[in-house]
Ligand binder design. Structure first.
Ligand code: COA
Length: 331
């Protein structure tokens, strides 16, 4: 019997600046009606000029430290799910570790795109199970506006900036992460990627001229794979635990497109109240969507001790998965 991990605190940070569909209409050939009806998005947040992914992670981490009153020296590890680190290295996790003064924590980033938070949570749960770690800070966040091509109407309307974090600790109770299931299919890599700036196409004047430093996407293929992946992962985890949709208090899916969320929720037979949707205000913040949703759910008192919660995500890689949690005491 290994130690089970539970979420004991959660927080999130959204930048102040709001970018509405109406503003995007002025710069790219799109319109509010199209964006709302095809994606469910009305507005998204954008970081200030002096902000990056670490700032949003640091803010979330500081809220957790403040509300729990933990000694930062007790944090054993920091894992940051992100595909938009402040820079390639050092890791954003190292930047957060330094800023909050978590001198006893080892820290690293995890690249799994929109599945970054649930992959990080799974990694952290494994570290807790090893019984070598007592307190792990798991952050998910992205500054997607830093990799968006604002001349490409098919992608620039979809994403926003934001981050959230949780504190993961061991539990002896019935609460915590009950089960999880994670997948990767690298053959989907060409459907959603950022070709430039890495070792394949290091940044040059040419790569910038060719706009290789921006996100590229085959939206229809990603859409189909996302619906299938999120619903399959969610259904598998429920059925192998002898559960069905009606047993869930809340489903927090990755917020990529309201139609993807609705299709997944329908497959699981969920009612509206059982599904957290904030895409209208926040858009797709990649690794940020799930911790932001979780933090909003806690703030809105949508979760009580003993409730069953299901998280599910799909993203570049392709990566996808689901995490089943029995909610415990969480600040
Ligand atoms: N404004 C207005 N029209 C747009 C537009 C925009 N922002 N973006 C695309 N269009 C146009 C297309 O050019 C196309 O025009 P055409 O028929 O003349 O060629 C038309 O709208 C329909 O495009 P299509 O791609 O079929 O739309 P869609 O219903 O599939 O929606 C996405 C496009 C991108 C919203 C949708 O495919 C999607 O959400 N995919 C998944 C994206 C995702 O989740 N990515 C993150 C990974 S987790």
């Amino acid at each position: 019997m290994t130690k089970r991990a539970t979420i004991s605190a959660v927080a999130h940070y959204l930048p102040e600046r709001i970018l509405t569909n109406a503003e995007l209409e002025k710069t790219v050939d799109t319109n509010d009606e199209w964006i709302r009806s095809r994606t469910g998005i009305a507005e998204r947040r954008v970081v200030a000029e002096d902000e990056a992914t670490s700032h949003m992670g640091i803010n979330s981490a500081r809220q957790i430290i403040e509300k729990t009153g933990i000694d930062v020296a007790e944090i054993d590890a920091i894992i940051v799910g992100t595909v938009t680190p402040d820079m390639f290295f050092p890791s954003t996790a190292a930047l957060i570790q330094d800023a909050i003064g978590a001198t006893n924590a080892w820290a690293f980033d995890l690249n799994a795109a929109c599945s970054g938070f649930i992959f990080s949570l799974e990694t952290a749960a494994g570290l807790i199970a090893s019984e070598k770690h007592q307190k792990i800070l798991v952050v998910g966040g992205d500054t997607m506006t830093s990799v968006l091509d604002y001349e490409d109407r098919t992608t620039c309307i979809l994403f926003g900036d934001g981050a959230g974090a949780v504190l993961l600790e061991p539990t002896d109770g019935e609460d915590g992460i009950i089960d999880s299931i994670m997948f990767t299919d690298g053959s989907g890599g060409k459907r959603l990627f950022m070709p430039g700036g890495g070792s394949r196409h290091p940044a040059t004047r040419e790569t910038v001229d060719q706009r290789l430093h921006y996100l590229k996407q085959d939206g229809r293929e990603v859409y189909k794979s996302a619906v299938r992946g999120m619903a399959d992962a969610a259904e598998t985890i429920l059925s192998r635990n002898g559960l069905s949709g009606k047993d869930l208090k809340l489903f927090i899916p990755h917020q990529a497109n309201k139609r993807i969320i609705d299709a997944s929720a329908e497959k699981l037979g969920l009612s509206e109240e059982q599904v957290l949707i904030n895409i209208e205000r926040v858009a797709n913040t990649t690794a940020g969507t799930i911790p932001i949703g979780l933090s909003e759910a806690v703030a809105d008192e949508r979760l009580e001790e003993g409730d069953l919660l299901l998280l599910s995500a799909f993203g570049a890689g392709f990566t996808w998965g689901a995490t089943l949690i029995r909610w415990g005491q969480c600040q």
